[in-house]
Write a protein that binds this ligand. Structure first.
Ligand code: FAD
Length: 440
């Protein structure tokens, strides 16, 4: 059976069986119940951003590409109002209004950390402080976060599951091609467009570890997206064009076509293996950020549910920390001065990938593409954040919440993206088990 992956995962110290068991028995069921909670199901995103690289070619001609709007009243008030204060940009708004809102505990914490600031500080100074704070925060970002744009809206992820949409052809290929070409250090989008015959195969023996990891991460994400469209395939559709209903389920033939060695010049099983690689990268990020994530209050304003989520989160994080063979992030960017430049370029390239997502010609694919790249960007930010390292070394996590300087911060949107993106990977590994079973 071609998809029966065996042995150790390249560049990692554990094998496929270990990950399968850990994910399918421990992580997947926990994530299933966590991600349906209000805190995680409403994701704020700007789907109206213009493509910065080429004119939009296909604007959602397919009916299954549409994103269903969520009812305003469905979004918990706590997310819409106080939840906003928790976001890093809002937190840095050291405005008089923010000080007045004493009911928002995070703002209070932030006030205490900035207690040395004179509250009579002029508006101009406020603006400058805000700009520098934002700039400082963004320095560590691997991704463009657009949830404060005018066009940003809340999307109910449960109403818009990632599944087959029919998006394919030149538009989809151009996106994938451009993303893979970001891995050509020295190449750019223009060159990507010139190489129409470009295929994202790569001789992994010839490249350095960082570049190899970049390719594996993108390829793993690509596999995950394509596994989802195979596992929630449109098996039969309603005759009424306006009716978006249909019968959805796994399509083994489609899965085989996309991943068998015969139809992919032997590459398919490697692509599936890359899914495990990106899974281990994000798993490690969650383990590293666990002390920070334990401090979050996952506030929606619905007290009972917030408490439930906090408990479930503590349980989830303990399980994640119990995994022994994580991806070793210190293996990357460890060779002196050249590494600093490399790390900088790496960040730029990941940021570019989030810009490329604005060019996806199917809103539903764009939604999940943006969420997953943002989740991945957040994972990389965690893995390579100097501020998080500093906070961990200074033992900040052992201090009471109120005393801790918010030296490292994740916005609500970043946390939602991080967990949902990891949830997608977890789901793909789980679905693979089903495909394997059927194929056997
Ligand atoms: P593609 O998947 O388009 O791949 C292009 C080429 O890349 C292949 O020919 C192969 O050589 C290579 N390749 C394929 N897989 C890998 C891999 N894992 N690693 C390395 N190389 C690989 N479609 C949906 O139905 N639902 C969605 O939600 C959805 N979301 C998408 C999100 C994004 C951001 C993008 C860019 C596309 C999305 N699509 C979605 C489209 C889908 O990914 C495919 O592009 C489409 O189904 C056409 O598939 P294809 O067989 O032509 O190959």
């Amino acid at each position: 059976c071609f998809c029966e992956l065996e042995g150790s995962i390249n560049d990692c110290s554990c094998d496929v069986d270990t990950v399968d068991h850990f994910n399918n028995m421990k992580v997947y069921p926990r994530l299933q119940s966590l991600l349906v909670k209000n805190f995680f199901r409403f994701y704020k995103v700007n789907l109206k951003q213009d493509c910065p690289f080429w004119p939009d070619d296909s604007r959602c001609a397919m009916r299954f590409c549409q994103v269903e709007n969520c009812e305003e009243q469905a979004i918990p008030q706590g997310i819409k109002e106080k939840g906003e204060h928790r976001d890093k940009t809002a937190s840095f708004k050291y405005t008089k209004e923010a000080q007045v809102d004493r009911s928002c505990s995070e703002v209070e914490d932030f006030d205490s950390a900035l207690g040395f600031l004179d509250t009579s500080i002029s508006d101009q100074a406020h603006k400058e402080f805000e700009l520098w704070a934002k700039h400082d925060e963004a320095e560590e970002d691997f991704c463009i976060v657009d949830d404060h744009d005018a066009g940003a809206q809340y999307v109910d992820l449960l109403l818009n599951p990632e599944r087959y949409t029919g998006y394919r052809g030149d538009s989809a290929h151009r996106i994938w091609k451009s993303i893979y070409l970001e891995n050509c250090f020295g190449g750019n989008i223009d060159t990507a467009n010139k190489f129409s015959s470009y295929m994202p195969h790569m001789d992994l023996r010839d490249v350095c570890l960082e570049q190899r990891a970049f390719y594996r991460i993108i390829s793993g994400l690509h596999s995950s997206i394509n596994i989802h469209l195979c596992s929630k395939y449109l098996l039969s559709e309603s005759k009424d064009f306006l009716d978006p209903q249909g019968v959805w389920g796994p399509n083994v033939k489609e899965f085989k076509q996309r991943f068998s060695p015969e139809t992919t010049s032997g590459e398919g099983p490697h692509w599936l293996r890359n899914l495990y690689f990106i899974y281990l990268v994000e798993l490690r990020a969650l383990a590293k950020a666990a002390p920070y994530l334990r401090r979050e209050d996952y506030y929606t304003g619905i007290a009972e549910e917030d408490e439930e989520v906090k408990l479930a989160m503590h349980d989830m994080l303990s399980v994640i920390e119990s995994f022994q063979s994580h991806f070793n992030e210190n293996a990357l960017f460890s060779s002196g001065i050249a590494s600093i430049k490399f790390k900088h370029d790496y960040k730029e390239k990941f940021r570019n990938i989030s810009r490329i997502m604005d060019c996806v010609g199917c809103d539903k694919c764009k939604l999940w593409g943006k969420l997953q790249t943002q989740g991945l960007g957040t994972a990389l930010k965690i893995l390579y954040s100097e501020k998080l390292n500093l906070a961990t070394e200074s033992g900040i996590w052992d201090k009471p919440h109120i005393e801790a300087d918010p030296i490292f911060r994740l916005s609500r949107t970043e946390i939602v993206a991080l967990f949902n993106a990891f949830g997608r990977l977890s789901n793909s590994i789980y679905e693979m088990e089903n495909f394997r079973r059927v194929l056997r």
